[in-house]
Design a protein around this ligand. Structure first.
Ligand SMILES: Cc1cc2nc3c(=O)[nH]c(=O)nc-3n(C[C@H](O)[C@H](O)[C@H](O)COP(=O)(O)OP(=O)(O)OC[C@H]3O[C@@H](n4cnc5c(N)ncnc54)[C@H](O)[C@@H]3O)c2cc1C
Length: 505
């Protein structure tokens, strides 16, 4: 008979310390639940992890956030999580928070829906009605999401998300024939790894309007979000245990009764919240009697593309800091990044700089992210971090070189400015986050079959809930709202919405 260590008994055990897990932990610990977060890595945060090299801090994933002005949704959510005052941010350039360079031609995106609309009117005066239709539809979709407007959810509300089954590219193509405008209207697609044939208008609308309302850089790194959420949990009597990889969830009578770790430790809880890839969660369940058809559906879910990133430490006072995200495309096709040809990779990149704290006006580092297919890593699928062999390192230096060569088109002297370059591959993401195929944004929402990608927080195992980027949506907004939905299973969605209203400035 198993003798359970009573010290390892909690109200809530959360598997994974990504944004979703930690946000649930902060909400529930503040409500008096005894919370324990179990994280497999030495460092918490998942895609919020950052690392230091050559004295500079690099983010591995999240680096910019939106809707963070007073009264806006992320501002309200972070206040509700108890971390708003602790997060160091800097407003991105209000005239050009994102700069898109398509085949040599740059377009700057200003903050503010009206500013962006006006800029498009000025540039495409004959396309006014298309531009109006575009914004009207995006706003309609955004407003249809109750929680974004903090409006009550009525019982039995359909789970269908308005616009989720519509394709962005088709929608834009229906309203205009102007190719340049079509590309600009589709421009936020890299923020959700959208593909021309499957990108959902729902995701496009939420992401575009989220960033257009206000755009901020996480000045103190993304790890600060994880650390502050963890502090909230600990202050409220919870624990966050690192180097604690969960290996099995033992069920009996439709409930998780025991949480087993790889190191042999065992935990138990009234509720288990899993913040990891749903398929990994279901694979860990023992004796759960889940329907085979359900598991097959989860197995078949397509993942968003992964990425190859380079992290550049710069010499002092050589490169002026630019307060914008920069997206470089070799062609004028905004949808080309993900459908690249392996020989001609990279088709482009997303780049941002980090400002030097010591030398005002200069950058101390920069990061380039370029989409990369996981299957390019096939040769090394069975390897693990830092033990992948010489040929893997060679592959990485070839890719790194190609990205630097492309960067030279924007900054011709870049190689003279560099102290060191580091890189990460789709396998790095897979192994540091446990995300299937190292997918940048988790499961892909396919407008042609949107329900296949939809996973609800509730499962057939009565005390097992899910959270994270595969529930609801990816990114700081999607995952935060997902955490609200997960906690709503215990606290009631309208109770949370009522409370959120009190945090709105
Ligand atoms: C390159 C890149 C750039 C991005 N940039 C942005 C951005 O600028 N803005 C934005 O809003 N979003 C961005 N995103 C997306 C965003 O970072 C993610 O959607 C979000 O952070 C995912 O959070 P999550 O809660 O799903 O957890 P994850 O980050 O996936 O974390 C899951 C955690 O679970 C742990 N875990 C896994 N298996 C186990 C186990 N068996 N036992 C215990 N622990 C386990 C993992 O180690 C990990 O810590 C970016 C993503 C990437 C990859």
């Amino acid at each position: 008979m198993l003798i359970m260590d009573l010290n390892n008994r909690y109200d809530i055990v959360i598997i994974g310390s990504g944004l979703g897990g930690l946000a649930c932990g902060s909400i529930l610990s503040r409500k008096g639940y005894k919370v324990c977060v179990l994280e497999k890595n030495y460092q918490i945060g998942g895609c919020l992890q950052d690392f230091k090299r050559d004295g500079v801090l690099f983010e591995t994933g999240m680096h910019f956030i939106g809707s963070y002005d007073d009264g806006q949704i992320l501002n309200t959510l972070f206040r509700y999580f108890g971390i708003y005052d602790k997060i160091e941010v800097k407003k991105l350039d209000i005239n050009a928070f994102d700069v898109y360079c398509l085949n040599g031609k740059e377009f700057q995106i200003p903050v503010g829906i009206e500013n962006f609309r006006q800029k498009l009117f000025d540039q495409f005066p004959s396309e006014k009605s298309a531009i109006d239709i575009y914004f009207k539809r995006l706003i309609e979709i955004y407003n249809s999401v109750n929680i974004l407007n903090l409006s009550e959810v009525w019982e039995d509300m359909p789970v269908e998300r308005y616009g989720v089954g519509e394709n962005v590219y088709e929608f834009i193509s229906q309203i205009t024939n102007n190719e340049e405008l079509k590309n600009i209207l589709g421009c936020f697609n890299s923020l959700y790894a959208g593909k021309k044939e499957s990108a959902s208008l729902f995701i496009h609308s939420i992401i575009s309007l989220f960033y257009l309302q206000s755009a901020y850089k996480l000045n103190g790194g993304s790890g600060q979000i994880a650390r502050e959420l963890s502090d909230v949990i600990v202050k409220n009597g919870g624990v966050v245990n690192t180097s604690s990889k969960v290996s099995s969830l033992i069920c009996d009578d439709g409930l998780v009764k025991k949480i087993e770790l790889e190191n042999g430790d065992c935990y138990s809880a009234d509720y288990v919240i899993s913040n990891i890839d749903p398929l990994s969660t279901f694979n860990m369940l023992k004796n759960a009697n889940l329907r085979k058809a359900f598991i097959s559906r989860i197995e078949e879910q397509k993942q968003t593309i992964s990425s190859f990133s380079i992290y550049i430490a710069l010499k002092n006072k050589v490169l002026p800091y630019v307060n914008s995200n920069y997206y470089y495309y070799e062609t004028e096709d905004i949808w080309a990044l993900n459908s690249y040809n392996e020989d001609s990779w990279p088709a482009g990149y997303m780049m941002y700089m980090n400002k030097s704290k010591e030398f005002d006006g200069y950058a101390e580092s920069m990061v380039l992210i370029s989409p990369m297919k996981f299957r390019e890593m096939e040769k090394w699928y069975d390897t693990f971090v830092e033990k992948r062999g010489e040929d893997y390192l060679n592959m990485k230096s070839v890719k790194q070189e190609r990205l630097l060569t492309l960067l030279e088109k924007k900054i011709p002297d870049i190689r003279e400015f560099i102290v060191n370059v580091y890189s990460s591959s789709p396998l790095t993401y897979r192994d540091y986050t446990g995300v299937r195929e190292g997918a940048m944004y988790g499961v892909e929402t396919d407008s042609r079959n949107p329900f296949v990608s939809q996973i609800l927080p509730k499962t057939r195992v009565r005390n097992l809930l899910l959270t994270g980027q595969n529930i609801n949506m990816h990114g700081v907004l999607g995952v935060s709202i997902g955490a609200i939905h997960t906690c709503a299973e215990l606290l009631g969605i309208n109770n949370i919405i009522a409370e959120l209203k009190t945090y709105k400035k």
